[in-house]
Design a protein around this ligand. Sequence first.
Ligand code: F6P
Length: 541
Amino acid sequence: MSVDTSSEWQALVRHKEMLASNSMVELFASDKERATNFSISLSDLLFDYSKNCITADTIDLLAGLADAVDVAGQRARMFDGTAINTTEMRAVLHTALRDRKRKNLMVDGVNIMPQIEAERSRVYGFAGAVRSGSIVGATGVAFTDVVNIGIGGSDLGPAMATLALSPFGDGPSIHYVSNIDGAHITDTLARLDPRTTLFLVASKTFTTTETMTNASTARAWLVAALGDGAVADHFAALSTNQAAVANFGIKPERTFVFWDWVGGRYSIWSAIGLPLVIAIGAKNFDAFLDGAFLADQHFRDAPFKENIPVLMAIIGIWHRNFFGFTCHGVMPYDQRLARFPAYLQQLDMESNGKGVSLSGEPVGYSTGPVIWGEPGTNGQHAFFQLLHQGSDIIPVDFLVAANGFETDVRHHDILIANCFAQSEALMMGRGVSEAEALLLASGASEADAKRLAPHKTFPGNRPSNTFLYEKLEPHTLGMLIALYEHKVFVQGVIWGINSFDQMGVELGKEQANTLLPAVAGNADAEGISASLINAARAKRK
Ligand code: F6P
């Protein structure tokens, strides 16, 4: 049965009609404790979801929907290693990577826990040696720079986290090259010295065109300076495909593996985290894993109505399926989380951007929203206009630390005030008569006040969540990421889709391979893109 025909879904449709007449301002007025009643703490994190158009009944009904589709059962199956990625027949066990105490977990007759521990200790050993300078380049000098070559899940997680945790960065400088656009690797290499540069080729499949092309460019750059013999000393690989890594010429002792039960966008906890370990050290990476593990325990154990990722998910379902909101904004008031929205874009949109159910039937309802965002306060001076007065309503997640790392706290006070002000303004809005009164008070004529007031009104009643944490430390970041992972999981279960494959990326890749010979001038252009290809060729110099 399709979830939208269930009695739980239909009850929510009716509930929404009843609730629609209540504004959030009224909900706050009728419950003085609303902010605390609709907030949950986990470790140093406070999740405040009070500024949504919900009541306790809404949460009851949404939790009932999660129950009806057996979120708890599917959650148990994910954690125990059942092959819940049914299109690829794979287990989904990124959670096992951060369970540092567990000793046994069988997948296909193999206990994966000793494998995880052994590989993590290899990663830590190598990272430690690079950091201390006991592993050196071909000319005997220590590495000052590490270039991670990868894309998607083999780039976004470590790149996001390296920036996020830069106050803990006490190792070599880490650079990330992902784009096939030659500008990316060229501009990166231009700043580097081959003698002191280590390359990490990060690719789950070790077949991805972008990564393989960038890696071969890096190899050529290194060989031109130091000769063929330097490759073994200056390259390491992070992959599930050991045969392809060996073909590239990377030694087994420089190959760090993970497994097909780790999805690319869930792989930061695996060997894909190596650049982050080199940046911040093993102790900090352990804290990062432990933060995620804490979120896992919370997700497994807390009742749905006190479970942060479940609440994030069901409120998202409420917005997407019952209000029809198409986007979800993520606005970190935290400059070092600048790449967090991009990271979440892959996590959420590659997971839940699906239009067919597990059984292959088209779903008859909306699934994953568009995820986007930028750090505040920059966004305020760019696109927040639309959030406040645009014709579409976009729910927002605000993230902010109570403390920065900087000594001049004036900046941080202003940052926090702005963050809280935005969620308040989005919810409160400003009516036309108030706008008119303010104009008159500021000396405008009656005619001008009437004319301008509609432009200065804010509809309000626009939803947001706020994530407030003590400080952006490794433990907190690990926790935050894992909470979002589980949110995406719960939504996927409710929508009845497979959140763990990404077959929608294939068609474009195939087409690019088909068009390449004509673009490169080795074949005649044919088909839909022929005229564009010919135009491009005519403009090539
Ligand atoms: O094309 C999408 C994708 O497969 C992502 O899911 C993945 O994270 C990325 O490409 C990179 O893949 P790989 O790690 O195998 O190079």
